[in-house]
Design a protein. Sequence first.
Length: 375
Amino acid sequence: MADTPPRGLADVVAASTALSDIDGQQGRLFYRGYDIHDIAGRISFEECVHLLQRGSLPTSQELEGIVDELAADRDLGPTAESLLPYVVGSGTPMEALRTLVSALSVDDPDASDPSLDADRRKATRLVAQMPVLVARYEAERSGRSVPDPDPGLGIAGNFLLQISGKQPSPREAEIFDDCLVLHADHTMNASTFTARVIAATLSDIHSAITGAMGALRGPLHGGANEAVMKTLQSIEGGPEAVDTFVRAELDAGRKLMGFGHRVYKTEDPRATHLRRMSEELAAISGDSRFYEMSRRMEQTVLESKGLYPNVDFFAASVYHSLGIPTDLFTPVFAISRMSGWTAHVIEQHEDNRLIRPDSEYTGPRDQRWVAIDER
Ligand code: COA
C-alpha cells in the first residue's frame, strides 16, 4: 500500500530541472544559477527568454538573433484571428486566451513536427505571439485597432504600446520589462507542473501550454494578482480601513490574496523588486493610494498572521499604475511565464519519462455488485 501523500504534494520533488531553483528558507530564486537579485533590472525579457529556452545569457549577436526571431514570429495566423470576435464577447479574458492559445497550433508551421528543433521554434513563436494575443483581445473588445509594433521597443514596450495605443515612457517600458523577467519561471508551480505532465505523454507544446493556462487562471495561482487589485479597490477609507478589512477577513477564516507561499517561508524575492517598482510608479504618477494601502496591508498581515506578500501582491499596484486593465493582470503573467513553460516542455521532451504517480485509495473496499432493480 502506498504511503499517505503530503496534502497538495508539499515538499515532494516531482521533477528534475536545470531551469530555476528556490531556497524557500532564505527567500532566494535562481534562473539557471543566476540570482534573481543579480539579474532583475539588468537583463531584458528577451535575454531572459534566451537564458531559459536556450540555456545561456546571450552574447550581443545571439540577442540580436532572438530579438529578430521574436519580431518575425508575432503573426497569430488566421484561425486565432478569426476566433477572436467569438471569444471576446463571453467569459473572462483567461478563458478566451486559453482557447486562443490552443488555436495557435492550427496555423503553426511546425505543428505536426514533434522534433526538439521544432519544439524550440514553437517555443520562441509562442513567446512572441502571447503579448500580441492579449493586445488583440483588448483591442477587439474595445473596438480599437492594434498599433503596429515599434521596432525600437522590445516585447515589454510594444505590449504597453499595443494595449493602450500610447507610446510608453522609457521608464514604464523598463519597469514592465523587469516585471516580465521576475515572473518568467518558478520551479514546479502548478501551471508548470501541468505543462510537464502533458508534455510527458509526448503530447505537443500547444496542448501543454493550454493546460498550463488553465492552471494559471486559478486564484490560488496566477489569478491572485487580479484578486489583489479588486481587494484594494474595494476598500474605502484610510489606513484604518485596511486594518479593519484585513482583520475581518482573517477572523472570517478567509484567505488574503497575494499573501503566503508554499515554498517561501520568508519574503518572496520577487516581491522585494515589485514593492520598489510600485513605490516608484506611485511617485511618477503622483498617486500613491494603492501603494500606501499595499504597504499598510502587508504590515497588518505580517503582524496578524505572520504571512509575507508573494509575487502577485505588489504586481497588482504596478500593473494598475502602468494602465493595464485589472482583468488582464493574469494574462500578463502568462505573457512572461510562457518563457518558463515552454522551456520546461523542451526540457521534459529532451529527457522524457511518462509522469504517472500513484494514488492513495480512500474509498470503500469489498463492495458487491447488485442488480440495478435491487439497489
Ligand atoms: N491569507 C490568510 N491565511 C493564509 C494565506 C492567506 N493568503 N495563505 C495561507 N494562509 C494560512 C492558511 O489559512 C493556513 O492556516 P491554518 O494552518 O491556520 O489553517 C496556513 O496558512 C497554511 O495555508 P495553506 O493554504 O495550507 O498553504 P499552502 O501552502 O497550501 O498554500 C498558497 C499556498 C499560495 C496557495 C496560499 O498561501 C494562498 O492561498 N495564498 C493566497 C493566494 C495567492 O496569493 N496565490 C498566489 C501564490 S504566488
